[in-house]
Write a protein of this length. Structure first.
Length: 288
């Protein structure tokens, strides 16, 4: 009800009361005047106080909404981090088991182009293959895009840790020639306890090094320093050279990877394919 309506109503009641009891009309009019004076003074104050309280309540509610949202988001983030930590723990043994192979693949497949920019195309395909055919089957679960990206990050960290923990081959560099690479492999084999004889640069029949074990076993080794995968021609050459040099085993050593055709032929011919970082395992990798 508006103030003027309130006053008119009270004035009407006062007149009615004065008609019933004429002696009351004076005090009632005085009371009505006092009520009007108090109301005229107090109403703005009460209105301002009420509006201020409403504003404060609205502000409090507005502040409470972001707080609840932040709390909910924080809980979701915490839950997601817990899930990721569980995922990391599940995948750690898989990466640990293949850490050495992944590092070797990274060395073989990542290279600088003619402009000095690193090329990761082949390495990206290798990671996709590893995640799809090795990681996912062992985890027995379908990997989401986020899981796939997480695995890629973990693979990079595993390779980085392996490279930091391993003493680098100081004598090897990408700028060395093919002959330098042959001498490098021979020296590495000597350091590992093998007796090595370098073949002549020409007429070697596809064999660069004749390796002899302590028990007299002869191994024909061909060394390939390449910037692209080694093809099956190297397998054919060292397989023939094994017979020519009367060796019991044949090995192709390279800084690069091997084509599928080379791997297939090597399996059929009994030729061992190694990266030079795998030479310390030669004695255990040789066929009987």
């Amino acid at each position: 009800m508006q103030p003027i309506q309130t006053y008119m109503t009270l004035f009407g009641f006062t007149l009615l009361a004065g008609m019933v009891e004429p002696g009351l009309i004076g005090p009632l009019l005085v009371g009505l005047a006092l009520f009007w004076a108090v109301d005229a003074f107090a109403r703005p104050w009460w209105k301002t106080r009420h509006e201020r309280r409403q504003t404060e309540e609205m502000n409090r509610r507005r502040e409470a909404i972001p707080s609840r949202l932040v709390f909910d988001i924080s809980r979701k983030i915490e839950h997601t981090e817990q899930q990721r930590e569980i995922f990391r723990r599940r995948i750690a043994p898989v990466l640990q088991a293949h850490q050495k192979t992944l590092t070797r693949k990274w060395r073989q497949l990542v290279y600088d182009d003619e402009y000095g920019e690193p090329v990761f195309d082949a390495w990206d395909r290798e990671m996709d293959y590893f995640i799809t055919n090795v990681v996912a089957p062992q985890l027995e679960t379908e990997l989401s895009p986020v899981d796939h990206a997480t695995v890629r990050v973990l693979i990079s960290k595993a390779i980085s840790n392996h490279l930091r923990s391993k003493q680098p081959l100081a004598s090897f560099n990408d700028a060395m020639s093919g002959e330098d690479y042959e001498r490098f492999c021979a020296q590495l084999l000597r350091d590992l306890g093998w007796r090595c004889t370098m073949t002549p640069p020409s007429g070697d029949q596809g064999v660069d090094i004749i390796v002899t074990s302590k028990d007299g076993r002869r191994i024909a080794v061909q060394c390939k320093k390449l910037s692209s995968p080694v093809g099956n021609a190297a397998v054919q050459e060292v397989s023939a050279g094994r017979e020519y040099h009367e060796a019991s085993a044949a090995v192709v050593v390279s800084n690069a990877s091997f084509t599928p055709a080379a791997r297939q032929l090597a399996q059929q011919c009994g030729v061992l394919l190694l990266h030079h970082e795998e030479l310390p395992e030669l004695s255990t990798r040789l066929p009987p």
